[in-house]
Design a protein around this ligand. Structure first.
Ligand code: ZN
Length: 184
């Protein structure tokens, strides 16, 4: 089932998400709905707050970039209760966009490598260092679980440049091809 996307201005995007328990009702169904919603919107990642649920659940699909990055062929996973334990001092700039902030793409500086802990879709525990594009997508998505968006990480100058566009977005003025939860 395709779920409506919550767009900038929806309070749930600014909430601290709660940890979920393994007996969370219909977890597998929720994960599968999130996969479907992400694919339909052509995203590489989707965090539960973006579909209105303030819980620590993220899905990531990197198969869509595997033509350019073959190491991600078939990569489709869920990340439950993820946490970033440490990060590399080395940073890199990469352009990001967000399904909850349609039509905005900006370069964001983030650590290059991250040490993460999470449960996967089979509730298997992972504790690993991640780098490359996956590390980037994870950081963007895990930010959502802290009520943070990539636009918060831009320079004061870029924020000022985007101000009116973002304000209009919170009032429902935006264009995107996927189903959204109407703002206001
Ligand atoms: Zn996002």
């Amino acid at each position: 089932m395709i779920l409506p996307m919550y767009i900038l201005g929806q309070p749930v995007l600014r909430k601290q998400a709660e940890e979920i328990t393994p007996d969370y009702p219909n977890l597998q169904e929720l994960i599968s709905n999130m996969y479907e919603t992400m694919k339909k919107a052509e995203g590489v990642g989707l965090a539960a707050p973006q579909i209105g649920l303030p819980i620590k659940l993220v899905v990531i699909d990197l198969d869509v970039v595997s033509d350019d990055m073959p190491e991600y062929k078939g990569f489709l996973h869920a990340f439950i209760n993820p946490s970033i334990i440490e990060t590399s001092e080395e940073t890199c700039l990469m352009e990001e966009g967000c399904l909850s902030v349609p039509g905005v793409h900006e370069s964001v500086k983030r650590p290059k490598r991250i040490h993460v802990k999470y449960l996967d879709e089979n509730l298997t525990e992972h504790d690993e260092w991640v780098d490359g594009f996956l590390a980037r997508v994870m950081q963007h998505e895990f930010d959502h679980l802290e009520g943070k968006l990539f636009i918060d990480r831009l320079s004061a100058f870029r924020k000022q440049m985007l101000k009116s566009k973002l304000l209009a977005m919170t009032k429902g003025k935006y264009n995107c091809s996927y189903k959204t939860k109407a703002n206001r």
